[in-house]
Structure formats: C-alpha cells, structure tokens
Design a protein around this ligand. Sequence first.
Ligand SMILES: NC(=O)c1ccc[n+]([C@@H]2O[C@H](COP(=O)([O-])OP(=O)(O)OC[C@H]3O[C@@H](n4cnc5c(N)ncnc54)[C@H](OP(=O)(O)O)[C@@H]3O)[C@@H](O)[C@H]2O)c1
Length: 361
Amino acid sequence: MKQYKVGVIGGTGMVGQRFVTLMAGHPWFQLTAIAASARSAGKTYEQAVGGRWALDVPMPEEAKQLVVLDAERDVEKIAGMVDFVFSAVDMKKEEIQALEERYAKAECPVVSNNSAHRWTPDVPMVIPEVNPEHLEVIPAQRKRLGTSRGFIAVKSNCSIQSYVPALSPLRRFGIEKVLVCTYQAISGAGKTFATWPEMVDNLIPYIGGEEEKSEREPLKVWGRVEDGVIVNADAPAITAQCLRVPVSNGHMAAAFVTFRNKPSMDEMKRLWAEYQGLPQKLALPTAPKQFLHYFEEPDRPQTRLDRELEGGMAVSVGRLRPDTQYDYKFVSLSHNTLRGAAGGAVLLAELLCAEGYIQAK
Ligand SMILES: NC(=O)c1ccc[n+]([C@@H]2O[C@H](COP(=O)([O-])OP(=O)(O)OC[C@H]3O[C@@H](n4cnc5c(N)ncnc54)[C@H](OP(=O)(O)O)[C@@H]3O)[C@@H](O)[C@H]2O)c1
C-alpha cells in the first residue's frame, strides 16, 4: 500500500493528541506536520503540549521534536507538505468552516473531527461501516470549491456512534421511532478528572447542543446521495436525552426502538453478528474485525471493561429485551475519542485513500 504524508491541525489538543498517537506506527500514514494556534507555533510539539498531555499512552517519540506550525498562517505551506490533514481545532464554528475550506481550496483534503461542516449538504458525514456511499458527493463538492484534489469529509458526533451502528442493520424492518438516553464520558468535553474535578461523584444532566445532534445527525447518515448533495432520511423519529457521567472515556447509550415490521430478537442478534461494512471487506488497518459485539451477559457491556474492544473501534451491544412501550430496548457502548473521534476519522481517511479520493502526491 502507498504511504501518505499527514498533517494534524489542532494537534496539541485532546483529540489532536489522539490523532498524533494513532499515526505512530500506522502502516499507511506518516505524521509530517502538526499545526495549532499562534500560541503553540514555533515550539516543539513536546514544549507546546507541556503539561496538557491527556492520554494514558506516552507521547510518540517521532512527534516530540516536530516544530508546531500555525494552522491559520501556514495553510499553503502545510498543504504543500502533506497529502491530507486531520482537523481537530477548537474555534468558533464559522472560523472552523472558513479554515477547513482554505485547506480544501489549497488542494489539501480535510478529514475533520469538527462539527462545523456536518450540515454542509455536499460534505459527506460518514461512519465508514454505515454510509460509505456518501463519498460519492465529493466530485460535486470539488466542483463547488473549484478544486481538483481538495475537499472536506467529516465524521459524525461521538454520541450517535454507539446506537446508530446497532440500529443500521435493522433499518430493513422499517424503524419507526427511537428513544435514546446517552451517558457520556468527560473526555467528550476535552476534560479529565484532573481538569474537571467537579465531575467526580457527580452527573450533569445537560450537554449543550448534544440532544439536537443526537436526534438529527442519524438522519443525514441514513440519507441518500441525490444531485450532488445528501438528502436526509425522513424516518425514524428520534428523541434523545444526553447526560454527562463520571467516566473518563466511553459513551453508553440506552436505546428503545419500534419497527414497522417487528423482527425477532434472534434475527436482530444474527444481523448484528453478521454486519460487515466496507472497512471490514477492504480490511482497512484501523477497522475492527467484528464491528458489533453482542454480549449475552446481563451486566455487559461495561464501560471500563469493554470500551477498548478491538482498539476502541468496535461497538458493544447488550441487554436486548422486549419493552412495554416500544418493541425492544438494548444498550450499546463506543469509545468516544477512538471510534467516536480520532479513530473514526482515521478509519474514514483510510477509506478515502482505499477508494482513491485521497491520493499520494
Ligand atoms: N474531546 C472530544 O472527545 C471531542 C469529540 C468530538 C469532537 N470534538 C471537537 O473536536 C475539536 C477539538 O476538541 P479538543 O477537545 O481536542 O479541544 P482542545 O483540547 O481544546 O484543543 C483545541 C486545539 O485547537 C487549537 N486551536 C485553538 N484555537 C486555534 C486557532 N485560533 N487557530 C489554530 N488552532 C487553534 C489548539 O491549539 P493550542 O494548543 O495552540 O491552543 C488545540 O490544538 C472541538 O471542536 C471539539 O468540539 C471533541
């Protein structure tokens, strides 16, 4: 397989650190540039991150001495150095939209962890196992941007990546309505217990904007490509409550679902066990071998025991049972900074390379 030179913009932040770590030893991707704000530019990566290293694995040696570039000032320079960038900057939405478009227009593909472009109609929002066909909008987006290589692709919000994978193979039964409660880790807010001690022994029943994302984003992911844009699915109706819980990593969802043609529990478990997406068929380096793992034990999946399954890229499901108001209920778990953030974006980048949308220069 070809080698690709990769930049990480916002590389000093919590998600950026995950990208930098996932590049170490990646068989296709070579970390070539790291960029962040003007505050970090000119320092080595090690100096710029300082005491902010938030991961439980050490900073990769090859990253430590890279000199951090200025993500806003050095767009052309970075675009000339790399084959594509991951974006994990934390700025105002309009600023992120403008910055990511500057990279795309400089002919540098952008694989973004940010929400800024999720509702741009010709920007694909992809969970690689679920809607890889949405990459077909990229030629239309390139036409709009006036580019030949550059484009933007995004991943979805981390909260939906626990229950949307489990619901996706069940769509053939006509999902009519879904109720979901999510129990979300503090790393989703870019925090650790050291930086957010108020979360120890606490639960906050509010995550700004999360419920709207959890209800709306699945409809784009389940949408279809039509005339160069993504047209949202018009069903199911989804209602969500999202809670912040005292967990370092791992978003758990409790989902309730009603179908037009109700399947049996055995059929649902069989479809979960058999679910193979394009990443599994292409054997992409970051793809879990088994995307959905069903646990028969009544007390699984558990966040601490199961979030790291298959490198944090598999989704765990359990407790499927009939409900009194809906047809069924179940729980599902995914690692929010791996599958839900940087890992999901790395898998998307692998898919874009394998399908020829990103090419090595
Ligand atoms: N944490 C999660 O699990 C998670 C999950 C999904 C999505 N997200 C989203 O991902 C993004 C990054 O989150 P995070 O938790 O990693 O944030 P973070 O730890 O605060 O890191 C922010 C990054 O953005 C850079 N930055 C800030 N202002 C900038 C500017 N004006 N120009 C260029 N770079 C700038 C920072 O550089 P300096 O170090 O130089 O300040 C840093 O590298 C956010 O949009 C967040 O909403 C986070």
